[in-house]
Design a binder for this molecule. Structure first.
Ligand code: BGC
Length: 899
């Protein structure tokens, strides 16, 4: 009795203290992860487009944001004392891509910002840790010259320029670009970690520059800015179409801005005073490889004490209006994102050649440490797979030589890493050594656009775990400045059909917002005079357009909007998308039959779909997406127009393709899958017909690039989850599991890239790293992890795992724009436990797949009694409950459906 009285007194005291404690010091509402333009502390954002995002963690459930306050200053130290902008409290629930609304900002200037929020429980967070950003050059004119090698047709060169400084600058920024690819050095040190900068754009329309903080590299006295320049995409080979697609000889242009303690600034620009030399690259080609003759690099070439022999004046090119095409790179740079150890294979079939295995089909280069002699020709070749005799298989690289040569300048131990090329490979073959033991170390450097990893997918199933790994490696290796089809052979183009089908999966695994927004810009730059989107972007080979490829111009913006909630992707492309829609609607004519382009359901397995069915289905689907996107940006007349178009096309589609016996088109799996997924037919009847078409192939798939992403979703949408799981878990040909069973570590281009008899698929087109069939990852996230956006940006979330295939556990974690969405479920002794975390300021509709709704509990309580939950309903998929933020552990009796 006494004890309970004491407890009561203590509890009252604690409650009182809680009441009087100033809200702003509460530690249970915390703002983190500040990003500007969806980047961490970027160095060049346009002042016209400055967007702030943050995330919040909080104790308690169903926490929402009711207001925010941002303050900004020239540096973090001035945020309190001298803010350049204080928004004051803004009543708003927005926290993703919130536009800057303060006074105009200086160009090329640094700023810090921080934010605090208040929530629906009356709490006020502490101010967040500051984040920073810098503005781009804005209206500061690009005065630097475009300089090139002395020989007008040289495709590589090195450059240097010495300069004296009276004092050490307090801030130094390098703005640099090239027509070609560059590597910059300041006083002998690299200025950055980027690879193949400035990246690939249509250089006749848009040239990206990069910004680097080089304050720590510059000093009082003599300094040297130096560069290596290679042909890259500008002057080097593009796919199999040869070199010089944009120009013959690369050019460099750079501006170094130095700010001193006395408030003065000065610039060191590329101009006619720079010196050049041919440099070490005898070849530096993305497709063919690099030949690096170390003797070609003059002594101390990038240091202050370099001898002057061998250096000449640079060639200063005519500006040709290029300055107007410059803009700061808006997406993540290409970088080395990981290193991998190699293993020397026990079996070495070719005398004089050593083959190493990286254990993973990857994209990038190697770092070779070797004991070598001057002038020796050390050759490195790369392959994705081995021939049956253990030798390197390179036939599928077609004309890509993909070979590097290193010619040492001196005897002894030395290191070589290629600079201006990259390869797709799992195996490396080295020849030209004196002894096998000369290789002291070899490391794989994984190169790709350095996108933030956002999704992880967990399942208690080894094959699916490997499949997920293969899917993510496909994106890592093929996202290199643009989304490419394949990294190894003479192709590596921004094929639109491939990213059309893969973008949803990719956007679970990585933050693709800036990367794919940049590529959409490339696609719009490549839009044809008759308003079509071509099959690839950038498009120097002038490749045509076609159904399923060109449609990426509509589907990719929609994917990004749903994944990130950023309406800029709609606004930026809207007029271009409208023009494309008008074009393909005209192609379909009043009859509503769109026959467009040569590719069809690419690489299907002898199960063709009529081209007009594919084209019309995509037109109707595009119109649905346009209806939603138009209304999201307030273009209501357009939304009504597209809605009417969808209705008309739905009618025509059924009229043209749905036969009296319930079959569709040519009875292809792809035809059914797309028609169901695109909402053109009733799912139940068409789903049964699809199930019959799958059964006719002994429960195996036959879909190509366009049909595959829709196949499992269509089965799930028509009550055939069991069949969806069977296809997913098959291990014999053709299936995803077949690839895994045959040792795949990335997705293959063809279902039969390696045939069941052990021979290779059609050598004229057979890549072992092609992400299109990895589009199944979207179904895996939605159905095994059970995570899907219910509103753009995951502002509301669907959490609905569809348990099947005998799986006993699964889940996933998605770093969404609002914070981590986490699911984890397992079934044990007839009980399903589903553990869910929902971010602050969002809601989730959770579907618990229980056979007995009345027995579903959360934290031991019936669902209608739990804190933070809304109405509870039930349907054939399970018990639905809407919850706010927080962590919830649901338990329910669960009986697996009969197989
Ligand atoms: C590419 C594909 C691409 C296709 C067009 C191929 O060569 O590798 O991925 O989409 O051409 O059909």
């Amino acid at each position: 009795m006494r004890i309970s009285f004491l407890l009561l007194v203590m509890a009252t005291a604690i409650a009182l203290v809680g009441c009087v404690r100033p809200a702003s010091t509460q530690g249970d509402l915390t703002v983190t992860s500040l990003r500007t333009n969806d980047l961490d502390n970027p160095l060049a954002v346009p002042t016209s487009r400055l967007l702030f995002s943050w995330k919040t963690t909080a104790t308690g459930r169903a926490v929402t944001q009711t207001g925010w306050q941002i303050r900004m200053a020239r540096d973090a130290g001035a945020l309190v004392s001298a803010p350049a902008w204080d928004s004051g409290w803004v009543t708003s629930s927005e926290q993703v891509m919130v536009p800057y609304a303060g006074p105009s900002l200086d160009d090329a200037a640094s700023y810090a910002w921080q934010v605090r929020i208040r929530d629906n429980k009356g709490r006020i967070s502490a101010w967040s840790q500051p984040a920073s950003f810098e503005t781009d050059l804005g209206s500061i004119r690009w005065q630097a010259s475009w300089i090139g090698a002395a020989a007008p047709k040289a495709d590589s060169a090195i450059f240097r320029r010495g300069f004296d400084l009276p004092a050490r600058p307090v801030r130094a920024r390098l703005y640099v670009t090239a027509l070609g690819v560059y590597r910059m050095f300041l006083n002998g040190e690299r200025t950055d970690a980027d690879y193949l900068a400035p990246g690939w754009t249509d250089y006749n329309k848009r040239i990206q520059y990069q910004t680097y903080d080089v304050t720590s590299l510059v000093h009082e006295g003599r300094n040297v800015l130096a560069a290596m320049l290679g042909p890259g995409w500008y002057a080097g080979n593009i796919a199999s179409f040869g070199p010089h697609k944009y120009g013959v000889s690369p050019l460099l242009s750079a501006r170094l801005r130095l700010d001193f303690a006395d408030g003065k600034s000065s610039w060191v620009d590329t101009d006619g005073t720079w010196l050049t030399a041919p440099g070490p690259f005898r070849q530096a080609d993305i497709i063919m490889g690099e030949t690096y003759d170390a003797a070609g690099l003059p002594a101390h070439w990038n240091l202050a004490d370099a001898p002057s022999d061998g250096w000449q004046a640079v060639r200063v090119a005519n500006r040709e209006g290029r300055d107007d095409l410059l803009h700061a790179q808006s997406d993540e740079p290409v970088r080395v994102t990981a290193e991998r150890a190699v293993k020397l294979l026990a079996r070495q079939p070719t005398p004089g050649a050593l083959i190493y295995d990286l254990g993973q089909n990857m994209v990038g280069v190697v770092r070779l440490q070797v004991n070598a002699r001057a002038g020796q020709d050390i050759r490195l070749r790369y392959g994705e797979v081995l021939n049956p005799d253990g030798s390197l298989y390179t036939a599928n690289l077609r004309t890509a030589r993909a070979t590097d040569h290193y010619l040492p300048a001196v005897d002894g131990y030395q290191t070589y890493t290629p600079t201006f090329t990259y390869h797709g490979f799992r195996y490396v073959e080295i020849t030209g050594l004196t002894a096998a033991t000369d290789v002291t170390s070899l490391t794989g450097l994984v190169v790709g656009s350095d996108l933030r990893r956002t999704g992880t997918f967990e399942v208690g199933h080894a094959m699916l775990t490997q499949l997920q790994s293969n899917i993510t490696w496909g994106a890592r290796g093929n996202f290199v400045s643009i989304p490419t089809d394949t990294p190894a052979r003479d192709e590596r183009l921004g094929w639109a059909g491939d990213i059309n089908v893969f973008a949803p999966t990719a956007s679970f695994n990585q933050d693709t917002l800036n990367f794919l927004s940049k590529w959409l810009r490339d696609l719009r730059d490549a839009q044809t005079p008759d308003d079509n989107y071509p099959g690839v972007a950038p498009n120097p080979p002038n490749i045509e357009s076609g159904s399923g490829w060109s449609d990426a111009g509509i589907t990719v913006p929609y994917t990004l909007w749903m994944a990130y909630g950023d309406k800029r992707v709609i606004n930026d492309g809207y007029e271009s998308m409208k023009r494309f829609m008008a074009r393909i609607e005209a192609m379909a004519g009043p009859e509503g039959r769109r026959v467009h382009g040569p590719w069809g359901d690419w690489l299907h397995l002898d199960d063709p779909t009529p081209p007009d069915l594919l084209g019309t289905a995509y037109l109707a689907y595009d119109a649905q997406l346009m209806t939603r996107m138009a209304s999201a940006i307030g273009r209501n007349d357009d939304a009504a127009y597209y809605a009417a178009l969808v209705n008309r096309l739905r009618g025509l589609f059924k009229q043209h393709y749905l036969h009296d016996d319930g079959t569709l088109g040519s009875n292809s799996q792809t035809g059914y899958a797309m028609a169901i997924g695109m909402g053109l037919v009733e799912p139940s009847a068409a789903g049964d017909a699809l199930a019959r078409a799958v059964a006719a192939r002994h429960d195996h798939l036959s879909t190509g690039f366009l049909g595959t992403p829709w196949l499992l979703p269509a089965l799930s949408a028509s009550s055939h989850d069991d069949l969806a799981y069977r296809l997913l878990l098959n291990r014999d040909y053709p299936s995803w599991g077949y690839e895994v069973a045959n040792g795949a570590t990335t997705m293959w281009e063809r279902w039969n890239s390696l045939k069941p008899d052990g021979t290779f698929g059609d050598v004229s087109m057979n890549s072992f790293n092609h992400y299109a069939y990895g589009a199944v990852g979207d179904w895996m996230y939605r159905n095994i992890a059970g995570i899907a956006p219910a509103a753009p940006g995951y502002r509301s979330i669907t959490i609905a795992p569809r348990i099947g295939g005998g799986l006993a556990s699964g889940g996933g974690k998605l770093d969404s724009p609002y914070g981590d969405i986490v699911t984890s479920w397992h079934v044990d002794a007839g009980i399903l436990e589903l553990d869910v975390t929902v971010p602050v300021n969002t809601t989730a509709n959770v579907v618990i797949p229980s056979s007995d709704a009345s027995k579903v509990t959360e934290g031991g309580k019936a669902l209608d009694a739990i804190d933070g939950a809304g109405a509870v309903t039930h349907d054939g998929h399970g018990t639905h409950v809407t919850i706010g933020s927080g962590r919830y552990v649901f338990r329910a009796p669960y009986t697996a459906p009969a197989p």
